[in-house]
Design a protein around this ligand. Structure first.
Ligand code: SF4
Length: 332
């Protein structure tokens, strides 16, 4: 069953030097219990898209969408109070850096109890019982003592577990995880990803995983959206994106991660920088960095080519009569 559906989401930041078009017509859906990945480099619009859905952007952000429906409720028509109720109860968010998300002046227990009292109307005692349950679920040892500690007294991995406990506190239907492992070292990253996977299986929660790391996508997600310059340039199942990618930007991402082949192969960075989103190019956002760019690419946004029930890509190379190029980059 469809849990979240967004069509043509646009987010613009009105700042002193102009209007930054951070999200330019993003559409996506998430089904119950599904894990969907959004991948792309910094500034591509992946986090801003989700923060737009949750109304967590500053006042100078202008957000519009043709459709934004969560579990049958049109999010664009809700009063701020109703929106807070739905998003607080049913959508949990895990942020990248727990140290900046947790309040340093309050104990962990105080911060975890508060959402339950606000959203569920529970007494302090009832809320404490649930908090202890959730802390055990996210494998926090000695949760009674941890509740009395301040964030700075905990390790980075432990703080991220607290953030995960906070995100699942009200039993949400959807958890949005924004680069949940980026601020952690590699061994703790693996533990946190395992924990998220186990929780997802146990609780049946849908997850949107925002990341720049294709390794995280491969391990956790069933579908992936690849974003560039505020636009979804390719979307598909994990198998389609990893084995039959069709967009040169996705090829670039795949060429820039280490392979497990055992052979030493030089990683290929994507040269150049992302487009200026104050005056985004009228054509393909990747044109300035794409080794296969043609004249038409700079003129107009490429159409969305539907390649299967789950696979779509925006690239003129998919037009009939365009040069045939394989994802390894060799002209056929
Ligand atoms: Fe490259 Fe053109 Fe395809 Fe954009 S539309 S990715 S510039 S070939």
């Amino acid at each position: 069953m469809r849990l979240l559906e967004i069509n043509n989401l646009r987010t613009t930041f009105d700042i002193h030097v102009g209007k930054v078009q951070a999200v330019r017509g993003v559409s996506l859906h998430v089904d119950e219990g599904e894990t969907v990945g959004i991948v792309g480099e910094s500034g591509c619009g992946k986090s801003v898209s989700m923060l737009s859905v949750l109304h967590l952007l500053p006042d100078y952000a202008e957000i519009s969408a043709d459709k934004m429906v969560f579990d049958g409720t049109d999010l664009t028509q809700l009063s701020p109070k109703m929106f807070r109720k739905i998003s607080g109860d049913q959508i949990g968010m895990i942020f990248q850096d727990p140290m900046t998300s947790l309040n340093p002046l309050f104990t962990v227990g105080q911060q975890l109890i508060e959402p339950l009292r606000i959203h569920k109307g529970l007494s302090k005692k009832e809320a404490e019982k649930i908090v202890l349950e959730k802390l055990r679920l996210v494998e926090i040892p000695d949760p009674e003592s941890r509740m009395k500690q301040f964030p700075h007294e905990l390790s980075g991995g432990m703080r991220q577990r607290i953030m995960i406990a906070m995100a699942i506190m009200c039993n949400p239907r959807l958890v949005i995880a924004d680069e949940p492992t980026t601020a952690l070292d590699v061994t703790i990253q693996a533990q946190i990803l395992d924990l998220l996977q186990n929780l997802q299986k146990q609780l049946g929660t849908a997850v949107i995983m925002i990341t720049h790391d294709l390794g995280v996508i491969a391990g956790m997600c069933s579908r992936v959206l690849v974003m560039y310059g505020g636009v979804v340039v390719e979307e598909g199942s994990v198998r389609e994106i990893f084995y039959e990618p069709k967009h040169p930007y996705t090829w670039g991402l795949l060429h820039s991660i280490p392979q497990k082949s055992g052979k030493t192969k030089k990683l290929q960075p994507i040269p150049g920088s992302p487009p200026d989103l104050i005056a985004p190019p009228p054509g393909c956002p990747f044109a300035a960095r794409c080794p296969y760019a043609m004249n038409i690419c700079a003129a107009a946004m490429p159409p969305e080519h539907v390649l299967s029930d789950t696979h779509k890509a925006r690239c003129y190379l998919l037009d009939e009569g365009a040069p045939k190029i394989t994802w390894e980059g060799n002209r056929e």
